[in-house]
Ligand binder design. Sequence first.
Ligand SMILES: [Cu+2]
Length: 233
Amino acid sequence: MFCSGGLLLTQSGCSGPFSSLDPQGPAAAEVAMLWWLMFGFFSLVLLTVIVLWHYAIKRRANDMVKSSAVSGWIIWGGLALPIVSIIALLLVGVPVGQRMIPLEADNAVQINITGHQWYWQVNYPDHDIQLIDTLHIPVNTVVHLHLSSADVIHSFWVPRLGVKLDLIPGRTNVLRLEASAAGIYRGQCAEYCGVGHAHMQFTVIAYEQAAFTSWLNTFKSPHLYLQEKNTDD
Ligand SMILES: [Cu+2]
């Protein structure tokens, strides 16, 4: 919807598996909305600065500018405008960030993720399931990801679900993830972690609740479990 009115340059980033501007989760939708608000506001600021720049060049050519006028521009343009802009960004941005912090009342699906050079180890502690580079989650359900690292700093990032958080050796960070539509979402390590960093990708598969339950049930049958493991490998 927004993309139809955007610039050609921004249009190229509006869709695709790694586009934050094609959100499929509540946190992702707010991140995308914040991006468009910032894009609109700062485009306006840029336009205003360009107009004033031309105005200043013309004035300078015609006559000397009074020092009181200069200090007025510095106070309003150099101090007041940035302060108001930063406060507005904080007022909108902090609640968006809160969306990614787990809540006690979530009743969430728990998943442990360990970053390795260069793969993602995925563990479902309540179901004794181990996977590599693939997460299976139910749709419209909060998932808590417990992120840690076995070696260096990595960063878990799923652009279309709007979540990103570092995996730091020696500590566990918890991220709140929620998808609003079933589908396959691509993720990527977002912190340079060595020569294999660019290939440290993963997939998030979001199922309708019934399909997720039947996926979990495949692990109760050894025969189906082996099939699933082979598929994921
Ligand atoms: Cu990396």
